[in-house]
Design a protein around this ligand. Structure first.
Ligand code: DX5
Ligand code: ZN
Length: 203
């Protein structure tokens, strides 16, 4: 079963409770984008905090925490402490992805995130070690970008090699592109702009 994970990056934080209720009406997952202004130029550590994760859990939502930060292991414990059970970090952000994945696995379900230019081949061992994989379908950093169609073969190859592994597709997904991403083998679709900002069925 394919699930939608709305990205709070596109939510209106001035009415966050209302936004979380809207998520709850559509799904039981929520996507939290943590950015440090170093790994990516955007900064969200003022909003995407462990407290927000705790709040989502109080709303009975399952947060998947997407760390777009350098030195991600610095953040693992603070998110786990508030109840995060799925955390991913970027392959490109660490020196030894396998070592970091093993550390994260000692806390919770551990995901490896791949930027568009990172090939499945170079990240193969990390994908194998991971509990789930997150495929960026836009350059990480900002919501509202266009879906990169050349990510479809990458999702397909990972699905062929790992039939059971959860694959999160993240970035630029809307109701039109959705079927293509599902057919390629993604199991979780992150939707930011399409969920919170476009006039759609989730209203
Ligand atoms: C981008 C983030 C995405 C983003 C997706 O760096 O990782 O999760 O919020 O937003 P949309 O769906 O607007 O591309
Ligand atoms: Zn994300």
């Amino acid at each position: 079963m394919v699930e939608v994970s709305p990205s709070l990056l596109a939510a209106d934080f001035s009415k966050i409770d209302k936004e979380l209720n809207k998520v709850l009406r559509a799904t039981n997952r929520v996507h939290i984008d943590v950015m440090d202004n170093k790994f990516v130029s955007n900064y969200t550590l003022n909003k995407m905090t462990p407290n927000l994760v705790g709040k989502c859990i109080n709303f009975k939502l399952k947060p998947d925490v997407h760390l777009m930060v350098n030195d991600p292991s610095k953040y693992f414990e603070s998110f786990v402490k508030v109840g995060a059970k799925e955390i991913s970090f970027h392959f490109e952000a660490v020196f030894d992805p396998i070592k970091e994945l093993r550390l994260l696995k000692s806390f919770c379900s551990a995901g490896i995130a791949l930027k568009p230019k990172t090939s499945f081949k170079e990240a193969y061992d990390a994908v194998k070690e991971s509990d789930f994989v997150l495929i960026m379908c836009v350059e990480p950093g900002f919501g509202g970008q266009g879906f990169m169609v050349d990510m479809i073969p990458k999702i397909k190859s990972i699905r062929e090699s790992f039939p059971k592994k959860p694959i999160i597709a993240d970035g630029g997904i809307n109701n039109e592109i959705k079927t293509l991403v599902i057919d390629a083998g993604a199991s979780i679709l992150v939707m930011g702009t399409a969920f919170f900002k476009e006039q759609n069925k989730y209203k």
